[in-house]
Design a protein. Structure first.
Ligand code: SAH
Length: 238
Protein backbone atom coordinates (compact mmCIF):
# COMPACT_ATOMS: atom_id res chain seq x y z
CA UNK A 1 0.00 0.00 0.00
CA UNK A 2 1.28 3.45 -0.92
CA UNK A 3 0.05 6.75 0.49
CA UNK A 4 1.13 10.04 -1.07
CA UNK A 5 0.79 13.44 0.58
CA UNK A 6 0.62 16.55 -1.62
CA UNK A 7 1.69 19.60 0.41
CA UNK A 8 2.20 23.20 -0.74
CA UNK A 9 4.45 24.70 1.92
CA UNK A 10 7.62 23.47 3.64
CA UNK A 11 6.25 24.78 6.96
CA UNK A 12 3.20 22.53 6.59
CA UNK A 13 5.21 19.38 5.80
CA UNK A 14 8.34 19.80 7.94
CA UNK A 15 6.98 18.70 11.35
CA UNK A 16 5.55 15.63 9.70
CA UNK A 17 8.70 14.81 7.69
CA UNK A 18 10.79 15.10 10.87
CA UNK A 19 8.39 12.97 12.92
CA UNK A 20 8.64 10.06 10.47
CA UNK A 21 12.26 10.63 9.50
CA UNK A 22 11.40 10.34 5.83
CA UNK A 23 14.15 11.14 3.37
CA UNK A 24 14.38 13.52 0.46
CA UNK A 25 14.92 11.87 -2.94
CA UNK A 26 17.08 14.49 -4.66
CA UNK A 27 16.11 15.46 -8.20
CA UNK A 28 13.37 12.84 -8.56
CA UNK A 29 11.01 15.17 -10.45
CA UNK A 30 13.66 17.33 -12.15
CA UNK A 31 13.30 19.66 -13.98
CA UNK A 32 9.89 20.14 -12.32
CA UNK A 33 9.94 22.04 -9.02
CA UNK A 34 8.12 19.43 -6.91
CA UNK A 35 10.17 17.53 -4.32
CA UNK A 36 9.81 13.93 -3.18
CA UNK A 37 10.31 12.57 0.34
CA UNK A 38 9.96 8.84 0.88
CA UNK A 39 9.74 6.55 3.89
CA UNK A 40 7.85 3.67 5.44
CA UNK A 41 5.31 3.57 8.27
CA UNK A 42 3.75 0.35 9.59
CA UNK A 43 4.67 -1.48 6.38
CA UNK A 44 3.09 1.21 4.18
CA UNK A 45 5.13 3.32 1.76
CA UNK A 46 4.73 6.97 2.68
CA UNK A 47 5.49 9.63 0.09
CA UNK A 48 5.37 13.35 0.73
CA UNK A 49 5.43 15.48 -2.41
CA UNK A 50 5.96 19.19 -1.90
CA UNK A 51 4.95 21.61 -4.65
CA UNK A 52 8.50 23.00 -4.52
CA UNK A 53 9.88 26.51 -4.62
CA UNK A 54 10.58 29.26 -7.11
CA UNK A 55 12.80 32.25 -6.36
CA UNK A 56 13.08 31.17 -2.73
CA UNK A 57 9.39 30.90 -1.85
CA UNK A 58 6.99 27.96 -1.72
CA UNK A 59 4.85 27.44 -4.82
CA UNK A 60 1.36 27.79 -3.39
CA UNK A 61 -1.69 27.67 -5.64
CA UNK A 62 -3.42 25.49 -8.20
CA UNK A 63 -0.84 25.39 -11.00
CA UNK A 64 1.97 24.00 -8.86
CA UNK A 65 -0.43 21.64 -7.06
CA UNK A 66 -1.62 20.30 -10.41
CA UNK A 67 1.94 19.66 -11.60
CA UNK A 68 2.85 17.98 -8.31
CA UNK A 69 -0.26 15.78 -8.21
CA UNK A 70 -0.05 14.70 -11.84
CA UNK A 71 3.65 13.90 -11.54
CA UNK A 72 3.17 12.08 -8.24
CA UNK A 73 0.36 9.85 -9.47
CA UNK A 74 2.01 9.03 -12.79
CA UNK A 75 5.43 8.30 -11.31
CA UNK A 76 4.54 6.81 -7.91
CA UNK A 77 1.12 5.13 -8.45
CA UNK A 78 -0.18 5.77 -4.92
CA UNK A 79 -3.31 4.02 -3.63
CA UNK A 80 -4.41 7.19 -1.87
CA UNK A 81 -3.57 10.90 -2.22
CA UNK A 82 -3.80 13.06 0.90
CA UNK A 83 -3.86 16.82 0.38
CA UNK A 84 -2.75 18.25 3.69
CA UNK A 85 -2.22 21.90 4.52
CA UNK A 86 -3.54 25.06 6.09
CA UNK A 87 -6.75 26.89 5.30
CA UNK A 88 -9.03 29.74 6.23
CA UNK A 89 -12.36 28.87 7.85
CA UNK A 90 -15.46 30.58 9.19
CA UNK A 91 -16.20 31.44 12.79
CA UNK A 92 -19.90 31.52 11.86
CA UNK A 93 -19.58 27.80 11.07
CA UNK A 94 -17.96 27.07 14.43
CA UNK A 95 -14.33 26.97 13.30
CA UNK A 96 -11.35 27.92 15.44
CA UNK A 97 -7.63 28.46 14.88
CA UNK A 98 -5.54 25.24 14.66
CA UNK A 99 -8.60 23.01 14.38
CA UNK A 100 -8.04 20.19 11.89
CA UNK A 101 -10.79 19.13 9.49
CA UNK A 102 -11.35 16.25 7.10
CA UNK A 103 -12.78 17.35 3.74
CA UNK A 104 -16.22 16.05 2.76
CA UNK A 105 -16.24 17.73 -0.65
CA UNK A 106 -14.20 20.13 -2.75
CA UNK A 107 -15.00 23.04 -5.07
CA UNK A 108 -13.55 26.17 -6.70
CA UNK A 109 -14.93 29.55 -5.56
CA UNK A 110 -13.27 31.96 -8.00
CA UNK A 111 -14.05 30.58 -11.42
CA UNK A 112 -16.86 32.67 -12.79
CA UNK A 113 -17.77 31.30 -16.19
CA UNK A 114 -21.05 32.40 -17.73
CA UNK A 115 -22.96 29.88 -19.80
CA UNK A 116 -25.19 26.91 -19.43
CA UNK A 117 -25.23 24.39 -16.62
CA UNK A 118 -22.37 22.34 -18.05
CA UNK A 119 -19.94 25.28 -17.90
CA UNK A 120 -21.09 26.28 -14.44
CA UNK A 121 -20.78 22.73 -13.14
CA UNK A 122 -17.30 22.35 -14.60
CA UNK A 123 -16.15 25.67 -13.13
CA UNK A 124 -17.25 24.72 -9.64
CA UNK A 125 -15.42 21.38 -9.72
CA UNK A 126 -17.22 19.55 -6.92
CA UNK A 127 -14.98 16.51 -7.20
CA UNK A 128 -15.51 13.39 -5.08
CA UNK A 129 -13.45 12.71 -1.96
CA UNK A 130 -12.28 9.27 -0.84
CA UNK A 131 -15.34 7.24 0.19
CA UNK A 132 -13.75 6.36 3.54
CA UNK A 133 -13.31 10.01 4.59
CA UNK A 134 -16.45 10.12 6.70
CA UNK A 135 -15.68 6.89 8.54
CA UNK A 136 -12.16 8.13 9.24
CA UNK A 137 -13.45 11.44 10.63
CA UNK A 138 -16.06 9.70 12.76
CA UNK A 139 -13.55 7.19 14.16
CA UNK A 140 -10.97 9.87 14.96
CA UNK A 141 -13.54 12.38 16.22
CA UNK A 142 -12.56 15.00 13.68
CA UNK A 143 -14.81 17.66 12.15
CA UNK A 144 -15.65 17.61 8.46
CA UNK A 145 -16.05 20.49 6.04
CA UNK A 146 -16.17 21.31 2.36
CA UNK A 147 -12.86 22.50 0.91
CA UNK A 148 -13.17 25.57 -1.31
CA UNK A 149 -10.26 26.60 -3.51
CA UNK A 150 -9.24 29.82 -5.21
CA UNK A 151 -6.04 31.44 -6.46
CA UNK A 152 -5.86 34.19 -3.83
CA UNK A 153 -5.24 34.38 -0.10
CA UNK A 154 -7.69 37.24 0.36
CA UNK A 155 -11.44 36.92 -0.10
CA UNK A 156 -13.40 39.25 -2.36
CA UNK A 157 -17.18 39.71 -1.90
CA UNK A 158 -17.83 37.63 -5.03
CA UNK A 159 -15.75 34.78 -3.52
CA UNK A 160 -17.77 34.89 -0.32
CA UNK A 161 -21.00 34.84 -2.27
CA UNK A 162 -19.91 31.72 -4.15
CA UNK A 163 -18.64 30.04 -0.97
CA UNK A 164 -21.90 30.69 0.88
CA UNK A 165 -24.04 29.64 -2.05
CA UNK A 166 -22.27 26.29 -2.37
CA UNK A 167 -21.53 25.47 1.27
CA UNK A 168 -17.75 26.02 1.23
CA UNK A 169 -16.08 25.92 4.66
CA UNK A 170 -12.32 25.43 4.37
CA UNK A 171 -10.74 28.07 2.10
CA UNK A 172 -7.44 27.09 0.52
CA UNK A 173 -5.44 27.55 -2.69
CA UNK A 174 -4.77 23.97 -3.85
CA UNK A 175 -7.46 21.48 -2.81
CA UNK A 176 -9.69 21.50 -5.90
CA UNK A 177 -6.70 21.38 -8.26
CA UNK A 178 -5.44 18.25 -6.50
CA UNK A 179 -8.99 16.83 -6.60
CA UNK A 180 -9.28 17.55 -10.32
CA UNK A 181 -6.17 15.49 -11.13
CA UNK A 182 -7.27 12.69 -8.80
CA UNK A 183 -10.62 12.54 -10.59
CA UNK A 184 -8.93 12.32 -14.00
CA UNK A 185 -6.66 9.50 -12.84
CA UNK A 186 -9.27 7.78 -10.59
CA UNK A 187 -7.09 8.02 -7.50
CA UNK A 188 -8.97 8.48 -4.20
CA UNK A 189 -8.24 11.69 -2.28
CA UNK A 190 -8.45 12.54 1.41
CA UNK A 191 -8.24 16.15 2.65
CA UNK A 192 -6.66 17.05 6.00
CA UNK A 193 -6.78 20.82 6.61
CA UNK A 194 -5.71 22.92 9.61
CA UNK A 195 -7.12 26.41 10.21
CA UNK A 196 -4.65 29.33 10.21
CA UNK A 197 -7.17 32.15 9.89
CA UNK A 198 -10.84 32.97 10.22
CA UNK A 199 -12.21 34.54 7.05
CA UNK A 200 -15.03 36.23 8.98
CA UNK A 201 -13.02 37.05 12.11
CA UNK A 202 -12.17 40.63 11.18
CA UNK A 203 -8.36 40.25 11.21
CA UNK A 204 -6.12 40.95 8.21
CA UNK A 205 -5.73 37.50 6.59
CA UNK A 206 -1.99 37.43 5.90
CA UNK A 207 -1.13 38.76 9.35
CA UNK A 208 -3.41 36.20 11.00
CA UNK A 209 -2.15 33.41 8.75
CA UNK A 210 1.51 34.21 9.58
CA UNK A 211 0.83 34.50 13.31
CA UNK A 212 -0.90 31.10 13.49
CA UNK A 213 1.10 29.15 10.91
CA UNK A 214 3.38 27.21 13.25
CA UNK A 215 0.57 26.42 15.72
CA UNK A 216 -1.69 25.21 12.89
CA UNK A 217 1.13 23.13 11.37
CA UNK A 218 1.86 21.47 14.70
CA UNK A 219 -1.86 20.58 14.99
CA UNK A 220 -1.65 19.26 11.44
CA UNK A 221 1.27 16.99 12.38
CA UNK A 222 -0.64 15.57 15.34
CA UNK A 223 -3.73 14.98 13.21
CA UNK A 224 -1.74 13.41 10.39
CA UNK A 225 -0.12 10.96 12.79
CA UNK A 226 -3.58 9.82 13.83
CA UNK A 227 -4.72 9.64 10.21
CA UNK A 228 -1.66 7.58 9.19
CA UNK A 229 -2.13 5.31 12.15
CA UNK A 230 -5.77 4.74 11.19
CA UNK A 231 -5.00 4.17 7.51
CA UNK A 232 -2.12 1.78 8.09
CA UNK A 233 -3.59 -0.22 10.96
CA UNK A 234 -7.36 -0.11 10.81
CA UNK A 235 -8.43 -0.42 7.20
CA UNK A 236 -7.66 -2.75 4.31
CA UNK A 237 -7.38 -1.02 0.94
CA UNK A 238 -8.94 2.15 -0.41
N1 SAH B 1 3.42 34.44 1.52
C1 SAH B 1 2.77 33.36 2.20
C2 SAH B 1 1.86 32.67 1.26
C3 SAH B 1 0.97 31.67 1.87
S1 SAH B 1 -0.42 31.42 0.85
C4 SAH B 1 3.83 32.47 2.82
O1 SAH B 1 4.60 31.84 2.08
O2 SAH B 1 3.88 32.38 4.04
C5 SAH B 1 -1.45 30.51 1.90
C6 SAH B 1 -1.29 29.03 1.90
O3 SAH B 1 -2.04 28.54 2.98
C7 SAH B 1 -1.86 28.35 0.67
O4 SAH B 1 -1.12 27.20 0.35
C8 SAH B 1 -3.31 28.02 1.04
O5 SAH B 1 -3.71 26.73 0.63
C9 SAH B 1 -3.34 28.10 2.56
N2 SAH B 1 -4.29 29.06 3.17
C10 SAH B 1 -4.33 29.34 4.50
N3 SAH B 1 -5.30 30.23 4.77
C11 SAH B 1 -5.91 30.54 3.60
C12 SAH B 1 -6.99 31.41 3.22
N4 SAH B 1 -7.64 32.14 4.13
N5 SAH B 1 -7.33 31.48 1.93
C13 SAH B 1 -6.69 30.75 1.01
N6 SAH B 1 -5.66 29.91 1.28
C14 SAH B 1 -5.26 29.79 2.57
Amino acid sequence: MKICYIVAMVAEAQPFIERYGIQKVEGFFAPLPCQLYEGEVNGTTLYVVLNGQQNGSDLVGCEAATVATLSAIQRLHPDLIINSGTCGAFRAKGADIAEVYIGNGVMFHDRRVPGDDAWGTQSLGNYPVWAGSQQLAATLGMKMGKVTTGSSLDMQPCDLEMIQQHGGELKDMEGAAVGFVCTLLTTPILYVKSVTDLCDGGAETFEEFSRNLSKACEALRVANERVIDYLTKQIQGF
